[in-house]
Design a protein around this ligand. Sequence first.
Ligand code: PAF
Length: 282
Amino acid sequence: MEVIEAVGELRSRIKEFKRQGKTIGFVPTMGFLHEGHISLMKKAREETDIVIVSIFVNPTQFGPNEDFESYPKDMVRDQRLTESVGVDFLFTPTVTEMYPDGYSTFVEVAGDLTRQLCGRTRPGHFRGVTTIVAKLFHMTTPDYAYFGKKDAQQVVVIEKMVRDLNMDIVIVPCSIVREEDGLAMSSRNSYLTEADRKKAQVLSQSLFETKAKIASGERDITTIKQFIVSRIKQIEGALIDYVEIVHSKTLENMNQIKGNILIALAVKFGKTRLIDNIDMVV
Ligand code: PAF
């Protein structure tokens, strides 16, 4: 595995492989890798000739009072993990490489897609995400790019950007990977105290219980939302940001449980904001 910091070097290495007709699989990350990331890399390894992983904690997708400064990092461990999965290139650019002095270009998917759900409490977040992902796509020129479905809204927003900007890239959404107790894997889980880590089980539990209710015939959106909200509110200190049921492909609000649905939630435990979701076809 080659570790590369400079865009120029990355580009010239990739060009060689493109000339040979090799397919490129790309997994963008912010590092502090976990099994969720590993599953994306393994899928990329299976499906493409050359696998590129990026690690870059992107300042433009963090709000002023968010955790950019404290975002967890462990580059030594991350390098070991990426190497063990058979990644070909690990791209680890610096902030000045990605946003040099005077940088002023942004990519934004406008409208409700980025304003609702996480966009409501994190204004500007998706603008930062699409800007960095567009830049990384230009640098890595992937045929396939792999994203985890825990960030369901991010996947839909990136798919829209790719369609709108005619990018010749297949977005591959990958299943959520969970801890044994159901908690969705996230680098931010490392912020949780032991007590909050236990409390956070309520997220996946309430989603799985909801799935069972829908499977046994419950179709009333208000009843379902109320069930999840009251289940979470039973946990002391859990602060709900949102619980929403939307169309899983368009993120439009639904007025009945029918078709492709996404049940998504964001909840804070102390200073740690966690997201989770399930999608179903009903
Ligand atoms: O999902 C993430 O880790 C980030 O939002 C991404 C896609 C790497 C962009 O910084």
